[in-house]
Design a binder for this molecule. Structure first.
Ligand SMILES: NC(=O)c1ccc[n+]([C@@H]2O[C@H](COP(=O)([O-])OP(=O)(O)OC[C@H]3O[C@@H](n4cnc5c(N)ncnc54)[C@H](O)[C@@H]3O)[C@@H](O)[C@H]2O)c1
Length: 418
């Protein structure tokens, strides 16, 4: 690690991790007054752990209103309904409980209750004018890291792709990460959300490093690779590599679930400052076109993006391989190649599709995917290897055909494309 480089950390005021820690919710919430809106979905609103948390809040003297109208991948319409419920309840704090969709909904509803307007007013970076009402977030998937990140993502039918609101003001006051809340995740959800967390860690660790001028941490929400997020990302990779498959095959293994949740939260802390890059940029149009889960898309794309980035990232990829437990060979290039193969193998083992064709992308729409992905400038500018139209075209074609060779230096098809 280069200690002359900048390091930045942004995090909740309290980040509480551990089995059973949902029991701390009521006392933490007690600091913020007596009226809370709980944002969740219909599945969670019926869950026994949820009912116990609500009872504990009421016993603490906090009147709770539940909004359980969040749908997966967060359609815009959920936000309007949730904000209306929060206003009617006179909520002074928002408690989000659920997967990334519920946590992102809680962030945006809290934003609207604090500053008025509509979600569209805040799309992009730094549009949130100031602090928002206290947010407490409890994830029930080990994936998005939303409980610690400065961003919320939603699906606006007026737009071709999902859109984000990014501001440090969206980081909650309190995050409570209780791995017992993930024991009920079925294997498919465990795999997709866990692979999402792995892509966060990889993209945070390999995102472009920017010149460390004194304005960097103020001018950008996502500032690029830095000394603090590097440590968090590598530990996340180690934890996720060692535990993801175990969580998928043995969902009741609390030790593995705990390690996965710690990994996904650390990955969130890492990418919430460093940012993500091309795999996320390409998933946006892929997800919009195929209506597949965010985690599945980013994970399918990750090995192809890594293969493209390899010339700029060999040392970092070798360190990723080491974090995954691959033997050191002394040859950085080979270790980088082995790391890409190990990520692809882990994702295959947990059932992530190998190509975007398997996600439902038709071949005649690849140009559109490439064009839309390139328009996600916030993410493209973070990519460690410069990405132009030709490079993007090569990645989406490789990800569609499954031919990683399209992205390697020796490929005859690559030569033909050049
Ligand atoms: N804000 C961020 O930093 C960030 C980062 C990455 C992704 N995201 C967003 O997060 C969303 C995806 O979140 P997700 O992957 O957590 O899934 P999700 O929140 O969309 O939930 C998917 C499904 O899983 C169910 N579920 C959640 N927890 C469960 C549990 N413990 N047991 C059984 N079922 C459970 C939900 O009810 C839902 O039906 C997307 O909208 C994505 O864009 C946000």
């Amino acid at each position: 690690m280069d200690f002359t480089n900048l390091g930045v950390m942004r995090a909740p005021r309290h980040l509480v991790f551990g089995a059973g820690q949902r029991g701390a919710l009521a006392r933490h919430a007690g600091v913020f007054g007596t009226r809370a809106l709980i944002v969740t979905d219909t599945r969670m609103a019926r869950d026994k752990d949820f009912l116990q948390m609500r009872q504990a809040l009421e016993a603490q003297g906090i009147a709770t209103q539940v909004f359980d109208g969040v749908a997966a991948e967060l359609p815009l319409s959920c936000i309007e309904a949730g904000a209306k419920a929060g206003r009617a309840a006179g909520a002074r704090m928002i408690i989000g409980i659920g997967g990334g969709s519920c946590l992102d909904a809680a962030k945006i509803i809290g934003l609207l209750l604090s500053h008025g307007g509509a979600p569209q007013d805040y799309y992009g970076e730094y549009k949130v004018p100031g602090p928002i009402m206290p947010l407490i977030l409890l994830p029930t998937t080990s994936g998005t890291g939303s409980e610690v990140t400065p961003v919320a993502v939603l699906d606006d039918p007026q737009r071709a792709m999902k859109i984000g609101i990014a501001s440090p003001h969206l980081i909650p006051e309190i995050a409570i990460c209780d791995p017992e809340l993930t024991l009920s995740c079925p294997p498919g959800l465990t795999a997709a959300s866990g692979a999402d967390a792995m892509t966060h860690a990889i993209e945070a660790f390999t995102t472009l490093r920017r010149p460390a001028d004194s304005g960097l941490s103020l001018d950008h929400v996502f500032i690029g690779k830095n000394a603090i997020s590097d440590s968090l990302a590598l530990e996340a990779i180690r934890l996720i590599a060692a535990n993801l498959a175990r969580c998928v095959s043995h969902g009741d293994d609390l030790e593995a679930r705990s390690a996965m949740m710690l990994g996904s939260t650390l990955a969130g802390l890492a990418f919430g400052v460093a940012g993500t890059a091309a795999a996320h940029a390409i998933q946006y149009p892929v997800g919009a076109m195929t209506h597949t889960a965010h985690g599945l898309g980013v994970a399918t794309l990750m090995p192809y993006v890594m293969a493209w980035n390899r010339p700029s990232c060999e040392t970092d990829f070798a360190r990723i391989g080491a974090a995954m437990g691959l033997a050191a060979s002394g040859d950085t290039s080979r270790q980088a190649e082995a790391a890409i193969a190990a990520i692809a193998a882990l994702f295959a083992q947990v059932g992530i599709p190998a190509t975007i064709a398997q996600l439902g992308v038709p071949e005649d729409r690849l140009d559109e995917i490439a064009r839309l992905a390139l328009s996600a400038e916030r993410l493209i500018k973070n990519n460690p290897r410069m990405l132009d139209a030709e490079g993007m075209d090569r990645i989406v074609r490789a990800a569609h055909s499954g031919d990683l060779d399209l992205l390697t230096a020796t490929s005859p098809r690559k030569a033909a494309l050049q």
